[in-house]
Design a protein around this ligand. Structure first.
Ligand code: ADP
Ligand code: MG
Length: 463
C-alpha cells in the first residue's frame, strides 16, 4: 500500500515568494541600482538572488544576467535546480543548457534574455554588457579572487548600466563591509546609487528558531554573531577572543584518578607541550573569585602546566626530558594520552637523532596512548574549537588554565593576534608566542571538534 503524503510547498511554488518574507520584499522592490545585503546563514539570500535575477531577465529586453557563486558546485547543485524549478513554476518559456548552466528565456517583450550561472572557479569572469550581476556569498567569492570586483565584474555593468546585487554573510575584515558602507546614507563613503541592508538569520520567517538555538551551543559567541547575526566582528584582532583572565585563570589541582593529556607542538625555535586533564563540568552555575557567574560545559579542559623550552639546543628529545622531569616531580603513575602537531612526522623539525619527532616521542612515552591525525586541522577550525571551549554561545565555560606554571600559554591567549591578512601573526614567534596555544588547539580539535555546520539549506534540492 502506498502512503499518500501531502507534498511540502517549496519556496518557488508561490506567485510572489518574497511577499511572504517582509525583509526580502523590501529589498526586492527597492529600485536602487546597486544593492548590498549582509545577512546571516539561511536568511534567504540565495532565494532573493534568484528572484532578482529572474525579475531583470523577464522585464529587460535582451537582458544578460549573471549569478556568480563561490564554487561551481554551489552554482550547479544549489542555484541551478532552484532556478529551473522557479522558471517552470512561473510558466516562463525557456531552454536550459545543463552543461554551461545557462538559460535562454522569452521575456515580457517577446525577445530572448539569458541567465548564466558562474562561479569564482571559472577561468574567465570578464563579462560584457550585463543587465544584472548577482554575486552570492561575495566574501567567499573574493576569498579566491580578491580583485575580481574591480578587475572583471564591475566593468561588465558599465555598458548597459546594469544592476548589481551583492550578497554575503559577513566576515571579519572582509570586503563586503566596504560595499555595505556605500549604501548607508550616514557613512562618509555613501553613494546614492547604492543601498545596503543588514539582517539577522532569525529574521527569516521560514527558519526554525529551535535550529538556531541549537547552533548557539556549538559555536563560539563571536562565530555565532558573525554567522547568524550578520555582525562584521571587526573590532578585535585578538585570536582567542573569548579568553578572559578573570574567568579562565584559576588555581587547578591534579586529579590523580584521571588520565593526563599531553599535547605537543614542534618548532625550530621552541618546543611546547601542554599538560591537561579533562574533567566533568559542574552542573550548577557558581560565582568565581571575581564574582563572575560561571556555567560550565559538560566536559572541561584543565590546563595544568605549560612546558615551553627555547634557547640553547632545541630538540624533541630535550622537550621529552623536560616533560619526563615534570612527570617525575608530580609523581605521575597514571595513564597518558598524547596529542599534537601532525606535521611533526613529516618535517622532522630538528631531530638530530635521525628520528622523526613522533618516533622520538613514542620512544620516550612507550606506555602512552596516541591520537595523532594524519594531517593537521585547518587553522581556522583549530582557533574556533579553542574559542568554543573557552566560552560557547550559550555562555558556558569549557577551559581553565592553571594560575601557576602556565605563563607561556596565558601570554598566548592574551596576545596572539591576527595580521592584516587575517592570518595568525607569526612575527610574534620570535618572542616565544603562538605555539603554546597551537599545541592546546591540537588536543582540543581532536577531542572537541567544532561540529561541521551542516547547512541543511536547500538540501532537498538533489532531485
Ligand atoms: N521567500 C521565501 N519563501 C519560502 N521559503 C523561503 C523564502 N526565502 C527563503 N526561504 C527558505 O529559507 C531557507 C534559506 O534560504 P536561502 O536563500 O538558501 O538562505 P541563505 O542563502 O541566506 O543561506 C530555504 O530553505 C528556503 O527554502
Ligand atoms: Mg545562500
Amino acid at each position: 500500500m502506498q502512503l499518500q503524503t501531502a507534498p511540502l510547498t517549496q519556496w518557488w511554488e508561490n506567485s510572489i515568494p518574497v511577499a511572504k518574507h517582509p525583509l526580502q520584499k523590501e529589498i526586492f522592490y527597492d529600485t536602487t541600482q546597486n544593492k548590498v545585503v549582509v545577512a546571516g546563514r539561511r536568511f534567504g539570500k540565495t532565494v532573493l538572488m534568484i528572484e532578482e535575477c529572474i525579475k531583470v531577465a523577464r522585464t529587460v529586453s535582451h537582458a544578460i544576467c549573471w549569478i556568480v557563486e563561490p564554487t561551481s558546485s554551489d552554482a550547479r547543485e544549489i542555484v541551478w535546480p532552484n532556478l529551473l524549478n522557479r522558471l517552470k513554476y512561473l510558466g516562463v518559456k525557456f531552454k536550459a543548457n545543463n552543461t554551461s548552466c545557462s538559460v535562454k528565456l522569452i521575456n515580457k517583450h517577446g525577445n530572448t534574455s539569458r541567465i548564466y550561472l558562474k562561479s569564482a572557479e571559472d577561468k574567465n569572469l570578464r563579462g560584457r554588457g550585463l543587465d544584472f550581476l548577482g554575486v552570492d556569498e561575495l566574501e567567499k567569492v573574493l576569498d579566491s579572487k580578491p580583485n575580481l570586483w574591480e578587475q572583471d565584474l564591475s566593468p561588465s555593468l558599465v555598458d548597459r548600466k546594469g544592476r548589481a546585487l551583492l550578497i554575503s554573510s559577513p566576515k571579519k575584515r572582509g570586503q563586503i563591509k566596504q560595499f555595505y558602507n556605500f549604501g548607508q546614507a550616514e557613512h562618509p563613503d555613501y553613494d546614492p546609487n547604492w543601498k545596503s541592508w543588514k539582517y539577522l538569520t532569525i529574521e527569516n520567517p521560514f527558519i526554525d528558531k529551535a535550529e538556531i538555538e541549537k547552533k548557539r551551543k556549538t559555536l563560539s559567541p563571536s562565530a555565532f554573531r558573525q554567522e547568524y547575526e550578520a555582525s562584521f566582528e571587526d573590532d578585535a584582532d585578538q585570536v582567542y577572543i573569548e579568553f578572559d583572565t578573570n574567568i579562565h585563570i584559576k588555581a587547578l589541582e591534579l586529579d590523580y584518578k584521571l588520565p593526563l593529556y599531553l599535547s605537543f607542538d614542534f618548532n625550530v625555535r621552541n618546543m611546547t607541550t601542554s599538560v591537561c586533564q579533562i574533567v566533568n563540568g559542574k552542573k550548577e552555575p557558581y560565582n568565581n573569585e571575581f564574582n563572575m557567574l560561571i556555567q560550565e560545559q559538560e566536559k572541561v579542559v584543565n590546563v595544568i602546566r605549560s612546558i615551553h623550552t627555547d634557547g640553547g639546543v632545541i630538540s624533541t628529545q630535550r622537550q621529552c626530558d623536560e616533560v619526563i622531569n615534570y612527570l617525575q616531580r608530580i609523581n605521575w603513575k597514571g595513564d597518558i594520552y598524547i596529542f599534537g602537531d601532525a606535521s611533526g612526522t613529516q618535517h622532522e623539525t630538528q631531530s638530530s637523532e635521525g628520528n622523526s619527532d613522533w618516533e622520538i616521542i613514542k620512544n620516550n612515552f612507550t606506555e602512552a596512548y596516541y591520537s595523532i591525525p594524519t594531517t593537521n586541522p585547518r587553522v581556522r577550525n583549530r582557533i574556533n574549537a579553542v574559542n568554543m571551549k573557552l566560552r560557547n554561545a550559550a555562555n558556558e565555560i569549557g577551559l581553565f588554565i592553571n594560575k601557576t606554571g602556565c605563563e607561556p600559554l596565558i601570554r598566548d591567549m592574551e596576545e596572539v593576534i591576527f595580521d592584516k591578512s587575517g592570518r595568525i601573526d607569526k612575527s610574534l614567534e620570535y618572542k616565544g608566542f603562538v605555539h603554546n596555544s597551537d599545541n592546546v588547539g591540537y588536543m582540543i580539535t581532536q577531542e572537541f571538534p567544532v561540529k561541521k555546520d551542516n547547512d541543511v539549506l536547500l538540501g532537498w534540492i538533489k532531485l
